[in-house]
Design a protein around this ligand. Sequence first.
Ligand code: HEC
Ligand code: HEC
Length: 268
Amino acid sequence: MKRLLAVVALTLAACSSGSNAGSSAAIEAPRPAYDVKDLPPGPVGESIRYGHDIMVRTQVLMKDYVRSDMSCAACHLDAGTKSKGGSLVGAYNRFPQWNKRSHRVIALQDRLAECFLYSMNGRPPAYSSREMIALVAYVSWLSRGMPNLAKERPGDRFIIPLPAHNPNVAHGAQIYSQKCVTCHQANGAGVSGTFPPLWGDTSFNSGAGMAHLDRMTGFVRYNMPKNAPGSLSPDDAYDVSAFVLSHKRPRFHGESLVAPEPTPARYF
Ligand code: HEC
Ligand code: HEC
């Protein structure tokens, strides 16, 4: 195990010193995947496990906090362990970080709150709640062994540069009816609990990362269709994503201040 971590650390050191560091020579670090058997015993292990369960069963475990009919794992595949599938491995170590959207330095809780606000079209739990702490515990577990304040590993990102030409939405509609409709349905609403919605009232809102064409195109290119990931050409992924994003979805109303209530704690 020690040796494995050393490889991870070495690889990261090579990657984090920038794009000119010859990082192409670096070996792909093995992923510390999630396995219940590896969790530490006691309450911390339980918290990590609860965080994992929230990722995959968000609508059930946190139904008062989310309006979209999806779980975190709809976009963070395999509960956030899949490279180019919304991996959260190493995310813990990238905070605090500067956030353009809110124009301030944010902690991991703030970033998690954003996914509740936008991707889940809901409201964030209190930062000291059992749920928020569990999600932090889970992301920290996935990130174990990574250096602090690490830079993002470019290999993990699914955002890709978009083609210079406009997308062909009509062609995207054809791709959709050939390769997506069986799971995500003609009305884009998916099948509750099985296939997540791509548009409409139950989908993520207009403020979500996935509502950006570059992000959805990258996600679709690497991960969809679920039964044949990687089979779409870059242009097909671009066109079908533009078709998906041409439909209506909930609008994010960002006027009001968001201030989750603290959870009371006992001090002695
Ligand atoms: C609709 C898709 C979607 C859903 C659902 C979703 N996310 Fe995300 N999430 C994203 C995208 C896309 C990004 C990257 C955003 C960007 O680069 O702007 C992201 C980023 C993040 C990050 C920051 C990762 C980093 O490396 O900085 C965390 C943490 C996170 N999400 C957690 C969650 C949690 C927890 C949930 C469920 C409560 C959730 N997400 C639900 C799409 C989603
Ligand atoms: C065999 C079923 C299946 C097919 C076909 C399929 N998907 Fe998915 N899709 C899923 C599942 C299941 C998820 C949730 C993530 C996971 O479990 O891998 C998902 C997640 C998504 C997401 C992120 C979550 C969301 O709701 O926004 C997008 C975007 C998406 N699919 C787009 C597409 C597109 C575009 C196509 C056609 C090119 C497609 N999918 C084909 C099953 C499918």
